[in-house]
Design a protein around this ligand. Structure first.
Ligand SMILES: Cc1cc2nc3c(=O)[nH]c(=O)nc-3n(C[C@H](O)[C@H](O)[C@H](O)COP(=O)(O)OP(=O)(O)OC[C@H]3O[C@@H](n4cnc5c(N)ncnc54)[C@H](O)[C@@H]3O)c2cc1C
Length: 422
């Protein structure tokens, strides 16, 4: 491994992307003593949870059992506590898929993350898209952001890519592995509906659309997935409309967003026609954006692998623990779940966070290295907090000492109350 880059830098650590992973990475780096900026192109932190109404935290607990067993501590747990202080009930719910999830509220989440980031001494930069990186020999010197005043450079000694689609790694020249249409996890457009009376299951929605399709010359795609009630509003969210999309292409995203909104409107009309629970209901929102599950695969030193998931337990240089099963959204039909083996959790190693050939860049959240099956597990938000915290500490350590040191990262993770084994 090389040394830290040259002398003049605005920050020790720059984190690109302010979803679950980026928030955790920035706070962790700041706690480790690094001057840290968190850069987000949207107007708020929270990532897909807010932008796509993905309002259930998965991955904080192992699957099954009569009571939840938590596998994420540290900053993820701090976020849950802060949400509770802000008035949200964060008690986990048991789902039909035998998992434990925490339901969220968009507004409470936004302001809670604002406060946490500010309290921890992180410099937040919203409304700033990163469009380029200056890098040579595997070392990033600076990233180039833009706002309505034009472009500007932000330098740092170390960087975390928490952009979901691994945009920074790609801009910096990291190696990208191919992702075929068949292997890619589909995107979904979330529907949020108010005034829905009583219990509604995914099977009810499927039955309604099946009836609706009787006699239609152009049948609607069948809805599969999950429904849940949101706290505070009691709104029903349905994640049942999957759409294949190349999430790196604006043209393809446009097609999918427009098609998704049309189908969502037709779905809702059908729910109202066939399900009495929807008589007084309203379609409050779609999205607002399509929820993208997978964009780009970066080649990493040691990606998480399906064998790690099926075996369960620690891996070499474990820096995060995952507890969500493999939940695959490849192709049409219902999501397919496969349990974690052994103790019901598995470790994610330091090497899954380090792009091959890059010296001062770490991946976090759904950008980390994983094979197609393991990716179906590591991508959820509880786990994103855990990998984000690890990436933030690793970047801060590099900024301070100029070298990689997975053991020191593990020690600091434990000092920051992260969970590395159960
Ligand atoms: C439809 C759907 C349903 C899901 N259901 C669940 C669920 O119920 N529970 C769960 O836990 N997980 C769920 N997931 C998975 C989970 O939401 C994501 O994998 C998770 O949000 C990953 O967190 P992240 O921080 O890595 O990325 P994201 O939440 O995607 O955040 C990445 C952030 O980076 C920013 N960014 C990207 N590029 C740039 C740039 N160039 N410059 C500046 N900022 C940039 C983006 O604006 C974004 O805010 C679901 C995903 C989808 C799509």
């Amino acid at each position: 491994m090389g040394t830290a880059p040259g002398p003049a830098h605005d920050y020790d650590v720059v984190v690109v992307g302010g979803g679950s992973a980026g928030v955790a990475a920035a706070i962790a780096a700041s706690r480790r003593g690094a001057r840290t900026a968190l850069i987000e192109r949207r107007a708020y932190f929270g990532g897909v949870a807010v932008a796509g109404s993905v309002l259930m935290y998965c991955g904080f607990f192992t699957q099954g059992g009569s009571s939840p067993v938590r596998v994420v501590g540290g900053i993820g747990l701090d976020v849950l506590r802060a949400l509770e202080e802000a008035g949200l009930n964060v008690e986990p719910h048991h789902t039909r898929s035998d998992n434990w999830v925490v339901a969220l509220d968009q507004e409470v989440l936004k302001i809670t993350l604002d406060r946490l980031v500010a309290r921890e001494g992180v410099t937040p930069i919203l409304h700033c898209g990163i469009i380029d990186a200056s890098a040579s020999g595997g070392v990033i010197e600076a990233v180039r952001g833009f706002d309505d005043n034009g472009g500007f450079e932000i330098g740092a000694r170390a960087f975390v890519d928490a952009s979901g689609n691994a945009n920074l790694a790609w801009m910096a020249g990291a190696s990208v592995d191919p992702l075929t249409d068949e292997a890619r996890q589909d995107a979904s457009l979330v529907m949020r509906m108010s005034g829905v009376a009583g219990d509604v299951s995914p099977d009810d929605l499927l039955a309604a659309i099946t009836r609706e399709n009787d006699g239609l010359t152009e049948p609607l795609p069948l809805p599969y997935g999950a429904v849940g009630r949101l706290p505070l509003t009691g709104d029903l969210v349905a994640i049942v409309l999957d759409l294949p999309v190349d999430a790196l292409s604006a043209v393809d995203l446009t097609r999918a967003e427009m098609r998704g909104r049309t189908i969502a409107r037709d779905y809702f009309a059908a729910f109202q026609r066939h399900l009495p629970a929807f008589a007084g209901a309203r379609l409050q929102a779609t999205g607002p954006e399509l929820g993208v599950r997978q964009g780009r695969v970066i080649r990493t030193q040691r990606p998480s692998a399906v064998a790690d998931v099926l075996r369960g337990g620690p891996v070499p240089d474990t820096v995060a623990v995952a507890g969500w099963p493999m939940e695959s959204h490849q192709g049409s039909g219902p999501p397919r779940y496969e349990r974690i083996g052994g103790p019901g959790w598995y470790g994610i190693g330091y090497g899954a966070l380090v792009p091959e050939g890059m010296d001062n860049l770490w991946l976090a959240g759904r950008a980390i290295g994983a094979d197609a099956d393991a990716y179906a597990s590591v991508r959820v938000m509880g786990t994103a907090f855990a990998t984000g915290q690890a990436a933030g500490i690793a970047a801060a350590h590099f900024a301070i000492f100029g070298r990689h040191d997975p053991s020191a990262v593990a020690v600091e993770l434990e000092a920051q109350d992260a969970i590395l084994a159960l």
